[in-house]
Design a protein around this ligand. Structure first.
Ligand SMILES: Cc1ncc(COP(=O)(O)O)c(C=O)c1O
Length: 475
């Protein structure tokens, strides 16, 4: 007798089931909200709020010099090259930008890619069979995916734990070719990589070091050249990857390093060869931004100064801006200021309360951070005013009191519409502290660093209790 056929599961239904409630939900959602942001503010649902979720650290995306350069390139070369760099997508502007970025990073050569994500994926040809790649557990998803796509054996080390890395290097096959990959400035917790130790370990064990400077190139170091300049180690990095979507206020990515390796990647990296090149307007914008990065160091000083004040203000209120990973290097503060909450649902509630106070933040939950390590991420911009800073601290004061995360009388929420902060609902943070209020740190328990992150659907579950998805390692 023939077996009765097993009905096939519908692949769409299967994957949508855990998303079903999220898709129909009409409640407050931190993600995919349409908005228009500029100058440190944004219009969200018709309400003007302080924007602290955007990575335009130097405030260049709306700078008239940058937008004019983008417009000029757009008119001159059109909206797209409609082809890959390899074939018909290389303009003189791409080559100019590559030469400028190579010089800026102190490297012999550079290649630009269409996004920073692709710049990281483009290291894949270096990850061959039998090779070993050592990766910080907090590295960006694009480095994680580059490793997944490559054929090298993966070794994860605990975030910035140099003893763990050293142990793994010491016990690895001494004959294997080795690569260490790390973010320069970690995107979620705002801490710098331990570059001096990383480079020493790489040299000792014959490994090469790749640093993703997405967040630090343009920002860290007196000239904005990134973590290597910041640590005074100009030769520490063997290959840089980076993005043009943060400090450069544009979109695009970059790899910079030795001429022969950049040449090899030009012909072997699929995210370079099989995709349309960086659009002309984005190249024009990035070139103009680079001029400003080189000529206006005060933007770096301004944003770091604001971050220092925000960090100390939040800590004075009782928030935990440090977290499990110690900030490294003399700069204890970077423009990314995390407020560690721990529990994802509490994080979502805090995010909403802060939005009600007129400040848009970034609620970070798994898989962007490990499960149980949810945080509110604040990123500052050189274009934020002192008034914006006060509004952020006021919002955290009022929201934290309402949720009883910090000491003080719970303030009643008030709608906020003005862009000038005139409708601030709570007393200023400074006032709360100077009244001598005893502060209770946000103290959600923090699980072991290698807790398994959940899959993407968990991004929405804090707000909408949907069935738990099967865990998928994001790192
Ligand atoms: C550390 C890091 N690397 C790479 C990327 C990807 O950059 P892009 O947005 O240009 O694709 C990001 C983006 O958030 C990032 O934070």
């Amino acid at each position: 007798m023939a077996d009765s056929p097993v009905p096939a599961a519908d692949i769409f239904d299967k994957h949508l089931s855990s998303f079903a409630r999220a898709l129909t939900d009409t409640g407050p959602r931190p993600f995919y909200r349409p908005m228009a942001a500029s100058g440190g503010e944004a219009l969200v649902d018709g309400v003007r709020v302080v924007m602290t979720a955007c990575n335009d650290y130097l405030g260049l995306s709306g700078d008239p010099r940058v937008t004019a350069a983008a417009a000029k390139a757009l008119v001159e070369y059109g909206a797209s090259c409609s082809g890959s760099r390899l074939v018909c997508g290389t303009l003189p502007l791409h080559e100019e930008l590559e030469a400028r970025l190579a010089a800026f990073l102190g490297c012999p050569a550079a290649i630009v890619t269409t996004t920073g994500f692709q710049a990281n994926l483009a290291i894949t040809p270096l990850l061959g069979k039998g090779d070993l790649v050592f990766s910080d557990m907090a590295n960006h998803a694009s480095l994680v995916d580059a490793i997944r796509l490559g054929s090298a054996d993966k070794r994860l080390y605990r975030h910035s734990d140099m003893a763990d890395l050293e142990r793994q290097l010491a016990t690895a096959d001494p004959g294997a070719a080795k690569l260490i990959v790390t973010d320069g400035l970690f995107s979620m917790e705002g801490d710098l990589c331990r570059l001096p130790e990383l480079t020493a370990l790489a040299r000792r064990h014959g490994a090469r070091l790749v640093v993703d400077g997405a967040h630090d190139i343009g920002l860290m170091g007196a000239g904005g050249h990134g973590v290597a300049e910041y640590f005074g180690l100009p030769d520490a990095v063997d290959l840089y990857t980076g993005t043009l979507s943060k400090c450069f206020g544009s979109i695009g990515g970059v790899l910079a390093g030795p001429t022969d390796i950049i040449g090899y990647l030009r012909y072997t990296a699929r995210p370079v060869i099989f995709t349309a090149s960086m659009p002309p307007a984005a190249v024009g914008a990035a070139l103009a931004a680079l001029d400003i990065i080189e000529s206006e160091p005060e933007r770096r000083t301004r944003v770091l100064n604001l971050a220092e004040r925000l960090d100390s203000g939040l800590r004075a209120l009782g928030y935990d801006t440090g977290g499990p990973a110690p900030r490294t290097g003399p700069a204890t503060v970077t423009p990314i200021v995390p407020v560690h909450v721990g529990d994802a649902e509490l994080c979502a509630r805090l995010w909403k309360e802060i939005l009600d106070e007129g400040v848009f933040t970034h609620a970070v939950v798994a898989p962007a951070v490990p499960v149980g390590r949810a945080l509110i991420r604040l990123s500052l911009q050189a274009t934020h005013t002192d008034g914006h800073l006060d509004r952020i601290l006021d919002a955290f004061t009022a929201a934290g009191r309402r949720l009883r995360l910090i000491a003080g009388t719970a303030a009643t929420p008030q709608p906020r519409q003005a862009s000038d902060g005139a409708t601030a609902a709570a007393p200023s943070a400074g006032a709360a502290v100077s009244q001598g209020a005893a502060v209770t740190p946000v103290a959600a328990p923090i699980p072991a660093p290698d807790a398994v992150p959940a899959s993407v659907p968990s991004l929405v579950t804090p707000l909408i209790p949907a069935p738990a998805p099967a865990p998928v390692s994001a790192r």
